[in-house]
Design a protein around this ligand. Structure first.
Ligand code: PLP
Length: 462
């Protein structure tokens, strides 16, 4: 079989500044051991996030020049609106500066004290917006998602048994059901059409609206085409339309499958509701024909939404992630399987099984990947998701100790991925020499962004 090549050639390049291990030791020391404090010029391969970090196409850059910056009634908005309507089939389109602003608008109506929001897994900003409104946000991931080595094809699915139970238990308090595609917090794993159908049926039975958190809708549809029975001969565009035909609306961050560096939207079928959203939008984001965006941003997103449906692109994107996951798995390195749509997740609890969770094995691994090869990744484990129990004062454990290597869209090539594999393997070979991590200073909330870290010395008392 021929290799799956990057389906583009490169017109503009951004140099990477090479650094040595010695330099990186000093740079990380200055950053208090926190990768969020590093300057991006001090990173060789930046896999911190796939959000807004992708490369735009020549057509997107051309559309940027077409951007019309009129305050009201810009043709750029009409192109944006039409792209969303054509691709997702949702008639009411409300632009926002990014995904969380769309969530904020959504929960200004569906949130509030006493309300319950159900989701396969809330992304952190979705949860934060629901909770800030006073609502209770519950995650209902399917049981297979708990095992990082279970090859079930749709580990992003919602647990329908629990969904029914929660709808029964909370009754009218449930104001909204959401399904996140792909399930980002659950490892970028897809949700099947069959699962969305099951969710829709329960929403109909209980009279609750269903919204899709659509950030990676195209990657999800590609997995449906690849993995779900009877879907192989359909186009990704058709699958997307069917998925959204079951929803009352969606929130979207265009920094993911919008293929843009900024942008988002809220879309809905309900014109009365949309009028209410638009009244609120003017107060916080801007006039309804631009949201928080410039005309050129609207153009880039409109074009990006079409490009993301290209199957050669989706094939290359998922193949490059699967390529890394398989090479690591072949070498016995613990990695989340099957491969997800936007990132590679190392299982740090198994990778560094000599480091107890209280010493943040994920953070130790992320730090060593930077020191060894200048790769910036992100701990998604007890550092990020755990914390101090307000009652007992004890540290609470996250479900998994993961390190996420998120792949920006159309940005790195296969040789960058080969380099990533070799660096991870080099750290794997010397894993027994790695020690745990200690937090020396941390804020009370969202501590992973600004905590200071220190490596625990071999043999020291902790
Ligand atoms: C990124 C993301 C969001 C929030 O979008 P922003 O553009 O970062 O505000 C919401 N949900 C999911 C699943 C995401 O990945």
């Amino acid at each position: 079989m021929l290799p799956i090549i990057e389906p583009f050639r490169i017109k503009s390049v951004e140099p990477i500044r090479m650094t040595t291990r010695e330099e990186r030791v000093q740079l990380l020391d200055k950053a208090h051991g926190n990768l969020f404090f590093l300057h991006s010029q001090d990173v060789l391969i930046d896999l911190l996030t796939d959000s807004g970090t992708g490369a735009m196409s020549s057509e997107q850059w051309a559309s940027v020049m077409r951007g019309d910056e009129s305050y009201a009634g810009s043709p750029s908005y009409l192109r944006f609106e039409k792209a969303v309507q054509d691709i997702l089939g949702l008639p009411e389109v409300i632009p926002t500066h990014q995904g969380r602003a769309a969530e904020h608008l959504l929960f200004s109506i569906y949130g509030g004290e006493g309300k319950v929001i159900l989701n396969n897994t809330h992304f952190d900003t979705t949860r934060a917006n629901a909770e800030v409104s006073g609502a209770l946000a519950l995650d209902l991931p399917c049981p297979e998602s708990k095992n990082t080595d279970d090859m079930e094809p749709f580990k992003g699915n919602m647990d329908l048994v629990r969904l029914r139970a929660e709808l029964d238990q909370h009754g009218k308090a449930v104001s909204l059901v959401m399904v996140t595609v792909t399930n980002n917090a659950g490892g970028g794993q897809p949700v099947s059409l069959a699962n969305v159908r099951g969710i829709r049926a329960l929403c109909d039975k209980f009279g609750v609206p269903l919204y899709i958190d659509a950030c990676r809708f195209a990657e999800n549809a590609w997995f449906i085409k690849q993995r779900e029975e009877g879907q192989a001969d359909r186009s990704v565009a058709e699958i997307v339309l069917e998925m959204f035909s079951m929803a009352d609306g969606c929130t979207m961050s265009a920094k993911k499958d919008g293929m843009a560096n900024i942008g988002g939207f809220l879309a809905s079928r309900n014109s009365e509701l949309a009028a209410d959203f638009r009244r609120r939008l003017v107060v916080t984001e801007g006039f309804p024909t631009y949201g928080g965006l410039s005309g050129r941003d609207l153009e880039a997103v409109a074009q990006g939404l079409h490009e993301v449906l290209r199957e050669d692109y989706l094939n290359y994107r998922t193949a490059s992630i699967q390529y890394v996951v398989e090479r690591l798995h072949e070498r016995g390195i613990p990695v989340l399987r099957p491969a997800g749509g936007h990132a590679i997740f190392l299982d740090a609890a198994r990778f560094l099984d000599h480091i107890p969770w209280q010493q943040y094995p994920g953070q130790s691994l992320a730090i060593e990947l930077y020191l060894e090869g200048g790769i910036r990744s992100c701990e998604i484990g007890t550092c990020m998701l755990g914390g101090t129990d307000p009652e007992t004062g004890e540290e609470t454990k996250a479900l998994h100790e993961l390190v996420r290597l998120a792949i920006p869209r159309r940005t790195y090539t296969q040789s960058h991925m080969d380099y990533v594999i070799e660096i991870i393997d080099a750290v794997w070979q010397k894993r027994k020499t790695l020690t745990g991590t200690r937090i020396t200073q941390a804020p009370p909330v969202l501590r992973h962004f600004s905590a200071h870290f220190e490596q625990i010395q071999e043999g020291s008392v902790v």
